[in-house]
Design a protein around this ligand. Sequence first.
Ligand code: NDP
Length: 326
Amino acid sequence: MTQLATDVDFVLSNGKTIPALGLGTVPPEDPHELKEQVITAVKAGYRHIDTAWYYGTEEYIGQALKQLFEEGIVKREDLFITTKVWPSFWRNPEKSLDKSLADLGLDYVDLFLQHWPVVLHGDENGLPPQPRDKDGKLIYDDDPVSGIKYIDAYHSLEDIMDNTSKVKSIGVSNYSIPKLRKLLAAVRKHKPVVNQIEYHPLLPQQDLVKYCYDNGVHISAYSPVGSNGAPVLKLQLINELASKYDVSVNEIANAYHILQGRSVLPRSSNLERIKSIIRLPNLTTEELNALYQIGVESPTRYINDEWGYGLGFKWWKGDTLSKDFD
Ligand code: NDP
């Protein structure tokens, strides 16, 4: 019988566990739909929800959690909830966390991530999330390439770990090797347990993954099918493997990560899809290697936001700043 992805957990460097399959919650056109998506996912066996202050979906997730707890479907301790602090809120991550907790209706999250290793010029409430000058350029509080204030922001996450019971673990997202190297050298007490990055067969990033594993940082893969339009699912090999193992293409895309020790965060506004993508086909090492090889020659990144400029990621479209890292 095929194993279920919902039965797999990974152990983080601090000894806590993270469920392998997490539900992504970037908002659909109507964010109210998130409530039903979360209820559907948890009833189907998901125990991991990935959200962020920036997504604006936490109140709907909170409504779903309230209903799930009231109906006795799960208890709080059965779930693993991640939220994130956005760069414009970098001066006060605890305030961002408090807002997230209030909307989620929780008194702690399992994982609190620094969303990006940059600092943007927001007010005390993190607004606006994308501060821009009259020419439309992002306003930073520090140089995105050489600045180190993003490390101060991480230290504030460490303070939350030390001084409150509002988070079980802390980590990072969208960290390249240069940014992570600087951070790890400056960590006071709590190393990041996770780096959440875009990762799929069209964007292998094996050097970053190896660096994270060597340093005990678990990888969570976002945009596992390449985000809107799901370009990864059009790959011939993914379709062949789905036929061979009699599973969906999404389950192959998820298995690519889970079988190699990475948690994965698919998103869907299709409730049938959410429910049905939980099997874990037992791909062979050769098949996993073949999936990996697809993107090696010409990798493609689908999340190319402007605040990613200067972070030292290769293949970031439009980034003219990262050359300084070479
Ligand atoms: P995914 O790679 O999960 O792609 C989701 C899209 O693919 C949806 O539009 C979905 O459509 C479509 N799709 C999925 N399966 C199929 C299929 N079989 N046929 C057709 N279309 C399909 O996208 P995300 O970029 O949202 O990444 C997932 C999660 O990762 C996010 O929700 C978020 O939680 C996290 N993330 C984190 C980031 C960070 O900076 N830390 C950045 C980006 C994402 P449909 O709704 O119709 O199923």
